[in-house]
Design a protein around this ligand. Sequence first.
Ligand code: CXF
Ligand code: ZN
Length: 366
Amino acid sequence: MKIQAAVTRHAHAPMEIEEVELEDPRENEILVRIVGTGICHTDVVMRDHALPTPHPAVLGHEGAGIVERIGTAVRSVAPGDHVVISFNSCGHCPSCAEGAPSYCHAFFPLNILGMRLDGSSPLSNGTECIHGNIFGQSSFATYALCNERNVVKVDDDLDLSMLGPLGCGILTGAGTVFNSLEVRQGSSIAVFGAGAVGLSAVMAAKVAGAATVIAIDINKERLRLATELGATHTIDAGGTQTLESIHAIVPSGIDYAIDTTGKLPVIGIAIDALAPRGKCGLIGAMPPGSKLEIDTAHLLSGGRSIMGIVEGSADPQLLIPRLVALYREGKFPFDRLISYYPFSAIDQAIADAERGIAIKPVVRMP
Ligand code: CXF
Ligand code: ZN
């Protein structure tokens, strides 16, 4: 079928909305009409060749929409179902078998490389192959082909256009708190970076009952929002000695630190700030080969640990419904992070995210 898609052809350059051809769903695939899709920093990373996603490609991995058609082997959804589309996983490697699909052994080819595992892409424009199937979706388009493992059914009374970011950024922040770090009631946590992922972690930390939730950023407006969403303290990292400020709040150190910035000096502070038995979760993507200098005595003597985290260690089939339920209870108001743009303004939406004007842009399809 013919669809409209934002095609990425060049690094650091605008995408062009083009008419392209999308294949019919194969037996295990699901055709979704996209209603809205979030923009994640990883889309920018893929556009700019900092990840090896080949161009031309249709990016986008926080889609939400309505099932249009299903392949003959699909059982879990039916046409008309409302769905959130998350990351893809194989379903049979050791990680998937243990319920940890974000550490799927095929995560990289299934989500980053822009083709099915057999090397085919469902997108073309008649003359050239266009890489699709990004995160099992490529949702910067009016329609996307997805799979049973990355499509999560949601109630149809909710506004679909706001739900897409539950598939990646918001799931990552919340899953890090609930699943990866298992933040305990009464504990202390510092979140470095108050973007969509960091603010989702702040909301989740409040839900988990953390007594001290410190949000750290250089953007005063975001720190104000962090306070409204559950931060008990904020630190303006632009104007203060961050480590000293943390110690002024929790003299023996913090139980949990989350880095969403991917900046090595920030990660250094996060580790230094840990209390004995404290855990530091690394979410912010770093270029491959980034090396961190660690005081191993500080780690070893207090039983502190550092953990790399992908997609909040979440199973989307479990966490997305839980986040929707918390949203309904008023305990997880993730809609406050979203700014909407028409599909035609996708490059503006990306530019606003890069300049820090929009926390979580969502483009809505015409
Ligand atoms: C990404 C984060 C960097 C590693 C690959 C997965 N997640 C989503 O944007
Ligand atoms: Zn993402």
